[in-house]
Design a protein around this ligand. Sequence first.
Ligand code: IMP
Length: 415
Amino acid sequence: MKADMIVGIQWGDEGKGKIVDLMAQNYDVVCRYQGGHNAGHTIWVDGVRYALHLIPSGVLNPKAINIIGNGVVVSAEALIEEMKQFEGLLGRLFVSDKAHMILKHHILIDQAKEKLRGEKAIGTTGRGIGPSYGSKIERSGHRLGELRDTAKLATSLIEFYTENRALFQALDIVTPDFSALKDELDGYAEILLPYLADTTQMVWKFLDEKKRVLLEGAQGTLLDIDHGTYPYVTSSNTISAGACVGLGLSPKDIGKVTGIVKAYCTRVGNGPFPTEDFGDEGQMLREKGKEYGTSTGRPRRCGWFDAVACRYASRINGCDDLAIMKLDVLDGLETIKVCVAYEINGQRVETLPEDLNNVTPIYEEMAGWESVVGCRSYDALPQSAKAYLKRLEEITETKIGLISTSPDRNDTIIL
Ligand code: IMP
């Protein structure tokens, strides 16, 4: 059996929560493979609100097993806090003992460095994501499995703090002493050790047993550390290939890939965004689409569908189809813009350049529609909405498999 995957196509916040929640009902196992508690979505079930940052959405399907893979960076504190929302997680939630920890100093370094960057700040979520992945890559990180010997882990961290005293002093960061650190780590170990597992072997076994496995991507393609708008990116591989590394799967284990994309575009944090709309329509999209970050509450920058970036993202992820989210947010507009190419130094360019800073979008204007809100069948959509979707399929060279017409689970058209 192969694992199916959902992956963000833009700069994150495409509405993956609704789709994963919908899909998780049909899967036996749901896995996260990258990112950390910088991600987030809110799911309402029977009037109860659940905020998910690290735990896969399968937690809301009582029959599903949930896996946090080795490619995720885990703040033990954040994970424990999130776990409090649920009962009976033991045996339903497994966390890779190879996943790297986000420690308190990673968070403080993230926030201090952002301040130092001034105008060049990346606009990180301040959750320690970059510094934790940085430690992993420079081979000074610590994995969750090390919580099995907290004395050894605390000793190693104290050595690290001592060697890097000058850095911590320069950043005004106070590091803990051995006994405070050991106590903190013991607290994490007591709660988390029963959840640690060799999740790679587990996923292989589930696939061999023909269990249905869903891989849940966080953030979006344009935030990928290699293929996104570097350096204004997150520190992990958000594209579908990241699932292989972040769980220990081979490319042959991957089945259907669905790209999640909004009918327009948003970005939170700094960095290039060619189709950003600074005017009334951008503001309308923000208010109507409730475009404020779930993890940080920050207002999102809003703009038009960038079909060039979407075609690139679809190819790089190997998308079998696209799920178009929030089509209803475009309701009531007289015309809708779609970016079909960029102008760079007077030339028309239809591929994504290395530097997205100095590109001017070339738009096609399409007729708007009155309302699609709550539509549950393709036939019920207005002609102009169908024409808009058809055009997106053509330019992105990817078929549309699902259309979402409101936040409600049921207001979804499956094609
Ligand atoms: P970091 O992941 O906190 O290091 O932030 C790096 C960039 O990724 C910033 O622009 C963040 O706003 C952005 N980012 C991180 N996580 C998310 C997410 O879940 N949705 C949207 N943007 C995100």
